[in-house]
Structures are given as C-alpha cells and as structure tokens.
Design a protein. Sequence first.
Lengths: 213, 334
Amino acid sequence: MALMRVNPTRMELSRLKKRLAVAIRGHKLLKDKRDEMMRRFVELIKKNKEMREQVEARLTQALGEFLMARALMSAEVLEESVMYPTRRYDLKISKRNIMNVNVPKIDYEETSQEGLSPYSYGFAATSGELDGAVATLSGLLPEMLELAEIEKTSQMLAEEIEKTRRRVNALEFIMIPQLEETIRYITMKMDEDERASRIRLMKVKDMIEQRRA
Amino acid sequence: MPLPSYPYAAGRIFVLENKLLSRDRVERMAEAPTGEEALKVLAETEYGAGIAEIEGPHDYESLLSFEIRRIHSLMAEISPDPETTDLFFLKYDFHNLKVLLKSRYLGEEQDRLLITAGVTLSIELLKTAINEKDYAMLPPYLAEVLEEIDEAMDKIIDPGKMDTMLDRAMFLHIFDLLKRRKNRFAQDYFIRQVDLINIRSFLRIRKIGEDFRFLENLLLPGGKLDEEFFAAAMEEPTENIGDRLKDSEYSQAVSRGLEDFIKTGSLAVYERLVDDYLLNWVKAARWNPSGIEPVIGYLLAKENEIRIIRIIMVGKTNNLPPGVIRERLRDVYV
C-alpha cells in the first residue's frame, strides 16, 4: 500500500488520526445505508417482477386482440376508431425520498367527462374483437402507472446502491488502510527520531562524564 | 364505349368473375409459410399488377387500396345504376368524415388516416366543409347530420356517438335512396346487413355488460328486427336470441355464431358466418342478366376477397398460426 506523501510531523499525525476516525465512521454509516438500501431494493424488485409479469400478460392479450381486430378492419378504420380518446387522466409527478434518493411518485386522476363509455367508436364499422382489446387496456392503465413508478424507483435505487458500494469499498480497501499505514509510518518515524535524540543525549552525557574524569 | 346497360354490365361481370380468387388459391395462400410466399400465390392472379407496385408483404394495404380504386373505376365505367353501386362505397366517405370531424375536435390533422381509394366525395371538399363548418356545399343529408352532430357535441364530446350518428345517417340515406329508386334487391341486402350488425352490437353490449340504453343508441335503422325485438332480447339470457331467430333466415349464422360466442366470448366465428351468409345470399341471385344483381354480387365478392387477403396477410406478417387464420377465413364467391 502506497504511503501518502506527508511530512512526518506531530501536526500531520494528529490530522491523519482525525481523518481516520472520520473515515471509519463514514464507512460504517455508508455500509449501513447500503445494507438498508439492498433490503428495500430486494423487496422492490420482487414486487416489480410480479407486476411486470402481470402487466405483460395482459398487454400481450390486449395486443393479440388488437391484431385480430386489425385483421378484420383496415388500418385506417382501426386507427380512426381509437383516434379520439374518451378517457383522460391528469398525471402528477412528485418526489419521494427513500434513503436520500429522490424517487418519482406518480399520482393520477381521471378527468374524463362523465357518462362517456371507453368505447370511442361506432359499432357498425368496427369488429367485435376491438372491444376486448379496448376493455383490457382501459383497465390496465393504473397498473401500468404503478409499474412505471416501481421500475424507475428500482433503477434509481440500483444506481445509488452501486455508488454507495463503490464508496464503501474505496473507504474500506483504500482510504482506511492508507491512512492507517501512513499513521504507522509517522509514528515509527517519530519514535525513531526520539530514540535517536535519546541516544544522542546519552552519548553527550557519556562524553561529558569522560571529560570530567 | 358502349352505353352502360344491365346486359352489358352482366356480360362484363361474368367474364370478370372468372378472375376472382378460387377457394383453392385462398387455401394455398393460407398455407404459404411466409408473407412473401403468400404474395407470390397472389401474383399469379389479377392482383399481379398491384403487387408489382408495392414494396413487400408489409405493404399489402397499398395493394388493397389499389384494388379498391380499380373496382371503383370499373363500376364507374360499367355500372348501369351508378347511384346504387356508389352506395357500397359510401362507407369510405363516411370514414373520412369521421376522421375529419375527430381531427377538428382534437385540433390536430390526421390526414394519413384518410382513405383516398373508392371515395365518392373529394377529400378537399369534405375538409373545407368540415373545417369551416360550411356544410352547404355537401349533399343535404350530410349537411343535416353534421349540424346535428355539432349540436350534440356542444356539451360533451363523445366520439362514439359521433361515429354512431354518422353510421345511422349513412344507412338512412342508403334506404332512402334505394326506396326512391325502387331497387328491391339492394334494399333487401342492406336490410340483412343492418339486422346482422344490430345482432352483433347486441352481443357486443352483452359482453361489455352495458344495458339497453347503451344499445338503443347503437342500433342502426332500417332493419327487419326493430328496437322492441332487441329490448325484449335484452331482458332474457343471451342464448335466447338464437331461439327468437330460429325461424328467420339468419338462424344458421346466428345459432352457430352464438354458440361459439357463449363458449369463447369471441365474435370471430359470428362475424365470419355473417359475411358468408350475406355473400351466399347475393350469390344465389347473381344469374339475372337484366338486373343489378350480378354487379352487386361482384362488388361484394371483391370486398370479400379484400377481407380474405387482409386476414391472410396480417396473419402471415405477424406469424399467426394457420389455425387462427383459418378460423376467420371467409367463403369465396365462385
């Protein structure tokens, strides 16, 4: 382990000792943060996986129904049927704080006009296979919003965990050993100096006594 | 060019009928492993010219538009009664009306959804009329319904209602015109179409779980089965509508379609049977060289063909299993 380039002085030693104390404390805190984030993250991705599978299954179903409707209607007629949405939603995106990570929180509110059916088309020119697709999709929106929220949260947490992990490792394997080593080096150096000066003193004392004798 | 007359049109049509897709060829298309292969089977027919124009199997809609345009100009050339044959193209005009109206309410142009093939009213005309709310330049029956729509949409904009009002207006106009022209055959055809669409709307409402009030707004005018029939049917379990229609000529299509609907909740079989029934009905009348029957028969045969090609091409380009395609494949005319 490389030593830090410092002057082996008492000042420097006490400075380094302070830094070491901070580093150890920081390391412990970051490690706790990482562990807690991991725990939350595991919970989240479990839920995420479950929801994603659910939503995907229903989306596959709805898209399959759309495909069938598409086989019975021309592209223009199908798109005309759904070009004017009857359902409107207001989305509000706010922030929520998990372990100091700002994650999105999506709230929605339906602002559709009352008394409108979700079927935004006439029944004469459209195939019956369209109804199923529209019904499935219109029920799916809340779940998709929740999924979006959870998925983004997991992503952001994962990123933060990665960052924290790197910091913890940097502290644990580089900063702290380096500090410790440098402190040992300074202490040894100063001990050495002390011994040298003591020997010198003893030597001087010897020499004075010899002269007196 | 010879003057259009019934025997002349019948003569032309009888020749053209030989060029319609045969059952055998449809089978071969459905069996084809890929979209390209299916197109190859089609290229040997009168669609060959259109296929040369398109870029590949994904571009089949252009092919179908090309065909609709061709049929439309053929009708303009040979139809002994263009007003009646134009009624079969009216749905494209109404489609454009729906697109333009919805665009106006949305406040954004959606011109790519407009259909240009087979329309009887020019898009430019419709566009100006609708965007400027100046309906005087349109046929009076259109002006009337468009004004009604503007009024109805004043408070709540309900696109479903918009479509339905236009659909109704279309059929009212169709029956009105046919009554004036005393065209029994075409009238009978549209009566059957309206009835079967209304039955389908009834079944769709059943599936969605709405009540008669919802259905009432959707029913198309002019059919043999009136509102009371559906009001009564709404009170009973779904399968009873089959019994009610047992003695009518729809019984076959309805009973089998209903059976499948109750079992699977899908209207695919019903819709197929209805198309087959209507086609067979005109087919039975087509040997009348001095009437409009062969012309209408041919028109519907072509529409049917276009439906068949669309089903196959959608299936092929999306890798649907042949069984799913086959379940929806319609009968052929010849």
